[in-house]
Every structure is written in C-alpha cells, then in structure tokens.
Design a protein around this ligand. Structure first.
Ligand code: ADP
Ligand code: MG
Length: 720
C-alpha cells in the first residue's frame, strides 16, 4: 500500500453533471426520436412548396402561395376589431395582409417600402385579395430546391428545430443496404411510370437512403397524390423494408423455437381393459364433433407428438366449439402422464368457459386418481395452499384458472400443455412466464392459444407469422340464425316492449350498456340507471345487474341467477363478463352500439342463438340532436346486418379501425406497422414472407442488421 497522502479536494460535482436536456430534446425523447434512424423514419405529414415565387396576378384563390412584394400601406384599424392591415404589391397585382394579433415589431418589419417574402393562402373577397396571418420575412435569399416537410410534432418541439434535427440525422444515419442483390426485389408493379431521382420507376427499387432523403425533401415536380396515398416508389420501398423486418423477426423466432425441446405427447390408444381418456371424453359428449373440430384436433395432436414446443393459435367464431377441442388436447397430455393448464382472462370467463369441460372431465380423472385444481386471484389462503399442493404433487392433472395459474409461487410437477383462452387479452410477459414453467426439465410446455375474434388472414400472416394457425370454420349443426336489427335509440320504448314480450314468453335477454372508455364511474352510473329503468318497465320480472366493480362472489351470484333462469333480463356493463352460455337467452340488446368494434359486437351477438329458439340482436345507436347518427358509424354498423361471418366482420374492422383491436396485449402500440397498411399492401406482404427465409438462410448478418434497424429493442416483443 502506498503511503496515505492527503486527499485532493473533490471537484465540484456540478462541473461534471451533464447539461440538462432542453424542452425540445425532452420532447424528442418522449416521441421516441432518439437514434438517428428514429428521426430518419419520422416522415412528414405533408409538405409546403417554398421552392417558387408566384406572381400575385397568377395566384389562384384558395391556393397557398409564396410571393415577393413591396409594402405600400401599413395601418392599424380599430373597426370592426383591432387589426393590422398591410397592403403589398409585386408589379403584377396587390394583396392585403391582415393580422388580428401583432406586436410592435411587426409594424417595423412591415413598414411601407419593406420588401417581403410572404407565404399564405389567397382569399378572394369584396375588397380584393387577402391573406390572413401569412408567414413573412424580408425578401431575397435562395429558394429551397425541395418541398419543405411538415412533421407530426408537439407544442414543445418547433417545426424548425425538428427539421434541423432530421437533416442532421439523415447525414449521420447508417443506411447501408440490407437487401442483398440476389434476393427478389419487392413488387412495384401497381405504380404508374414516373420520374424518381432521375431514375425511371421501372428501375426495381430506390435505395433506402434515396427513398428516405426523397420523402423528407421531395423535388417539387413530384405528384403529391403519390406521396399522400403512399404509392410512390420511395414509400413502397419503406413499406417493403418494414414488412420484411417484421417477417424476419417472426420467422427468426420460429426457427429459434424449433431448437427448443418439449415433451413428446403421444396419442394414447385404447388398451384391452381401458379406453384412452380422449375416447372416454368423446363417449360422454352429448354430441358428435363437427368435421372442423376433428380436423383441428388432428392438427393439434400432430404438434403434441413432436419434441418441439407447439405454438398454435386456434381460431373459431363464437360458439364454434373450441372448448371441446381444448379438452381433447388436455386429454392427450394427461394420458401421457403430464399436467395441463387452462387459463382465461377473468374468473367469470374461466368458470363459464370451462364449467362444462370440468363436468365432463372430473369424473373421468377421479377414476384415475387425479383431479382438477382451481387457481384464481381472490382465493382464500387455505384453499389456495391446498390447490398449490395438488399442483406440485402432480395429483392435479388439469389446472384451471386466471393469471393466478402462472404466478411464481405455482410450481407444477410436470406441465406439458398450456391452453390460453381469449389469448389476445394476455400479455407477452404472461406468455413468457408460462413458457418458464417447465424450465426445470430443460424444456418448454406446448402452447395452445384460442381466440374467438377471428383474425383476418393478412393480419395472421404478418403479426402472427410465428404461429401455426388452426381454424374452426364451421358451426355445430342446429343453430338458429340470429336476426340483427339496427334501431335508433329514440325508439328504445319499442325495444323495451319487445323485451317485455320475450320475457313474458319465458325467454331471457341481455342488455349491454355503453362502454365509456374514459370513465368506469360513468359506465357504472349508466348501467345502474338502465337497471332501474328496466326494473320499472318490467314489473314482476327479475332484472339482474352485472358490472366490473362488483366483488367476484357477487358476480357469481348474479350469473347463477341468470343461468338458472330466475333472472329475466341481465343488464351488464362490460363486454367481457358476458361470456355466458345460456341457451334460453334469445335477445341481446346493445346500447350505443356505435362505440363498439364490429368484432366485439359479433362476439356479443354470439351469446344468443345458442338454443333452438329464434334469436335476435338489437343494436341501438345514439342519434345526435338533429336525429342523425354519424354516417360513418351507421355505415360501419350495417356490416353487422350484412353478414354473420366473423371473418368477414373482422376484415371490415381491420379496414376501418386498423389492427390494434385484434392484437390486444400482444404488442405494445409502437411495435405496430407504421408505414405498411395490411388492407392494401398485400403484394408487399407476400413478398416479405417469401424473402425473409431466404435472407435468414443466405444473409443472416444482413437480416440481423435489418431487424435491429427497424425494430430496435422491440423485436423481443414479437416473439412471445
Ligand atoms: P367457443 O368456440 O365459443 O368457445 P364453445 O366451446 O363454448 O364455443 O361451444 C359452444 C356450445 O356449443 C357449447 O354449448 C358446446 O357444448 C356446444 N358444442 C360444441 N361442439 C359441438 C358440436 N360438435 N355439436 C353440438 N354442440 C357443440
Ligand atoms: Mg370459448
């Protein structure tokens, strides 16, 4: 040890502190514009043409023009309100500039004789041409050679600052080409021939750098419509890149999963003295499987028999019979000596969706010395401890519940198959947690995800490219079609009369209240009010109320009353809680239907029409004071009358509302496609699907670079 020397005085820490970021820098960060590539991909909303000077004589009314002119008069008028009125002329004509707010400095810059460059919209009028609050500065200086970008921004971030930041980013950003020349080029056939950066559009592809440079600073001769409708080759290039990044990331994760191990679950067949569990289940079912159910069951059994974890999405319209398919899969796992977990997003859903299944399976399991364990959030400690013990010992062959199933404290003996109902309502973290549950065995469980929201094909191919998809495209026989009506809420009384008639004839009904996203409290007061109204309007009928704030025991009690047929009408706030299977319910009234997504409405509608009785769904829409509903809302709702096909409805929802609805918790919003539009860019999507595997095989380095550029740290989210 060196001899101690007297310590130096510590330097003032302020000297080393980083300068704190300016408000503009903070705003940039908040908008996610951090890396140069983020700024380079922050594309203009629109453009302004400052590349030319127009003569006033040639300036058309209603157009935005830039002129250079001399001030001939400058006055503050006080009538009809205080304003600054400046007259300018450019030798070809005159124009009046009006400012309703102005500073003393304006009077100096705009003094008589000043030569100005002025930009604004030309308005005609009784008193001649005018511009209101135009932009202006001293005339002269070079004209820009490109259109001026106008970026999406926030108040704290001035356009000028953002423009400079983008220019700097474009100079610094690394944009080496990742599309190797031996790969097929993206299709660009649908575009009209046009000039682009001196290249003819027949040239297969602008480079990424030239595409981005162009989109930020297009030359003034560009057809603006091709920028607006994103058909310009530069746009196509970006969309192709983005879709490719998504495909690469997903196909990569599919390959990675292919290297993981999972238990091989062979289909047990009957022995001389015992039927296999799935055979016993089929024997106790009160119906035959549909052809579609058989087909998807075979697909799933095929996956389970492989040593690679299954990652399959089972899609089927409401009521198509997914639960039985799930049960058959569970049987295979259990017969092979493993455990199966079954999860739904809420306790009520878990109970309703799995009640029948458990009725069927429990006796069969008991005969084998196994049982079913329940794990839900609000369980009593004692009950929970007992359940956890059953799960850990392996006595529980089937573990049913909510998110509680995947908590750290839950230790499975040997979980081989996890089934998630309403998969889009589970997050990435939860799916990842599930996959950890077999880590002790050095393996991952098989994963079966179910969704009643049919996912349109293009969406499945892009966002779910890492999944295998099975579709039940057939409803069980004997369902009565549901009649759907669209009725203005001014005619609510008629609807209530009809409701009364239904209930009087021994049927039951649902009344779903508006979903007011901003406020749970409002939801509640609304449902309560409806509950009171209906109770008054239907004397002698038991009207139930179900809302999200109720304790779970209370909810259960309400549901039990309805299932037992004692409640005639069930008023409910939230969509999710109405996952009921009550065949006697034959009328569904949805208030403020215009606030729901089509797929949600379709889901709700599927709660009736489960029995033999003719069923109806009434969509009440709100009208405004003049008695009209927004035309778009009405048009949208009409789709519900046109078709009963969940896929068709989902496709229209995608067109109207974008993919967010379908993805739910799967991805954080910013991992969504920003440039490509799945409703129109199908050719590019097909191309990306074809190119991604080639690129992974031949150019893994470039593929990794491409994904990093486009997805940054987000690609993990695409994988779970
Ligand atoms: P979902 O796909 O919406 O989860 P369910 O599995 O809840 O549908 O099935 C809806 C109803 O149809 C249930 O009452 C179920 O017992 C019944 N069901 C399922 N498959 C058949 C079938 N092949 N034939 C007749 N009824 C069926
Ligand atoms: Mg279901």
């Amino acid at each position: 040890m060196p001899a101690a020397i007297s310590p130096l005085p510590l330097p003032d820490p302020k000297l080393f502190a980083k300068p704190s970021p300016s408000p503009a820098q903070k705003a940039l960060q908040k908008m996610g514009l951090v890396r140069p590539i983020d700024l380079a991909l922050h594309l203009p909303l629109r453009y302004e043409d400052e590349t030319r000077i127009t003569l006033l004589r040639n300036a058309r009314e209603g157009s935005v023009v830039q002129v250079e002119a001399t001030v001939t008069a400058c006055d503050v008028q006080l009538q009809p309100r205080r304003q600054l009125v400046v007259t300018v002329e450019d030798g070809s004509g005159t124009c009046e500039l009006r400012f309703f707010s102005f500073y003393p400095s304006h009077l100096k810059t705009l003094a008589v004789g000043a030569q100005l460059r002025i930009r604004g919209e030309i308005k005609g009028g009784f008193w001649g041409r005018q511009m209101l609050h135009p932009a202006f500065r001293i005339a002269g200086g070079e004209l820009p050679s490109a259109l001026t970008p106008v970026y999406p921004t926030v108040a704290a971030l001035a356009q000028a600052y953002l423009r400079r930041a983008v220019v700097t980013a474009l100079q610094r950003v690394e944009l080496a080409e990742t599309l190797a020349p031996d790969l097929p080029a993206p299709p660009m056939a649908q575009m009209a021939p046009m000039e682009f950066n001196g290249q003819n559009s027949l040239h297969p592809l602008p480079s990424l750098r030239s595409a981005l440079t162009f989109l930020h600073h297009p030359t003034p001769d560009v057809a603006l419509t091709t920028l607006e409708d994103h058909s310009h080759p530069a746009w196509q290039r970006l969309k192709a890149e983005e879709l490719l990044a998504q495909q690469l990331s997903q196909q990569q994760s599919r390959r990675e999963r292919g290297r993981l191990r999972a238990p091989v679950l062979q289909f047990a067949s009957a022995t001389a003295n015992a039927l296999a569990l799935h055979e016993q289940l089929l024997a106790v079912l009160p119906f035959e499987l549909t052809a579609a159910q058989r087909r998807v069951s075979t697909e799933i059994a095929g996956d389970l028999a492989r040593a690679v974890p299954m990652h399959r999405l089972l899609q089927g319209d409401v009521g198509s019979g997914k639960t039985v398919v799930a049960a058959l899969a569970a049987c295979i796992a259990i017969d092979a000596g493993w455990q199966c977990a079954l999860m739904a997003p809420t306790e009520i859903l878990a109970e309703q969706h799995f009640a029948k299944l458990i009725d069927w399976l429990e006796p069969l399991l008991a005969a084998r010395g196994r049982c079913v364990a329940w794990l839900v959030g609000g369980q009593k400690k004692k009950e929970r401890t007992a359940m956890l013990a059953l799960v850990e010992s392996g006595e529980a062959a089937l573990v049913v519940g909510t998110h509680a199933v995947i908590q750290d404290t839950v230790r499975f003996k040997n979980l081989a198959l996890a089934i998630i109902d309403e998969q889009h309502r589970f997050g990435v973290a939860q799916r990842l947690a599930l996959r950890q549950k077999l880590a002790a065995h050095g393996m991952e469980p098989h994963l079966l995800m179910m969704s009643a929201t049919p996912i349109p094909r293009t969406l499945a191919m892009s966002y779910y490219a890492d999944l295998d998809v099975s579709v039940i495209d057939e409803l069980p026989p004997g369902r009565t079609p549901i009649v759907t009506r669209l009725i203005a809420d001014s005619r609510k009384d008629e609807v209530i009369a009809r409701l009364a008639a239904q209930v009087a004839s021994g049927r039951q009904a649902y009344w779903v209240c508006p979903l007011i996203e901003e406020s749970e409290a409002l939801d509640l007061s609304n449902a309560t009010a409806v509950h009171v109204d209906l109770s008054e309007a239907l004397p002698g009928v038991q009207v139930g109320l179900l809302h999200s704030r109720m304790a779970s025991a209370e909810k259960k009690a309400v549901m039990a009353e309805f299932s037992a047929g004692r409640t005639g009408v069930l008023v409910s706030t939230t969509v999710i809680e109405v996952g009921v299977d009550v065949p006697n319910a034959s009328l569904m009234v949805i208030e403020h239907a215009e606030r729901f997504g089509l797929s949600q409405l379709h889901q709700l509608r599927g709660r009736v029409g489960r029995g033999a009785a003719a069923s109806a769904c009434v969509l009440l829409y709100a009208t405004n004071d003049s008695g009209r509903v927004g035309e778009t809302a009405r048009e949208r709702l009409r789709a519900m009358l046109d078709t009963n096909d969940g896929f068709e409805i989902a496709r229209r929802d995608l067109e109207i509302r974008g993919p967010g609805e379908f993805l739910g918790a799967r991805q954080s919003g910013d991992a969504l496609l920003r440039f490509a539009d799945l409703a129109t860019d199908t050719a590019l999507l097909d191309w990306a699907r074809e190119v991604a595997p080639l690129m992974l095989d031949r150019h893994p380095q470039l593929a990794a670079q491409h994904v990093a550029r486009w997805l940054g740290g987000k690609s993990d989210y695409l994988k779970a």
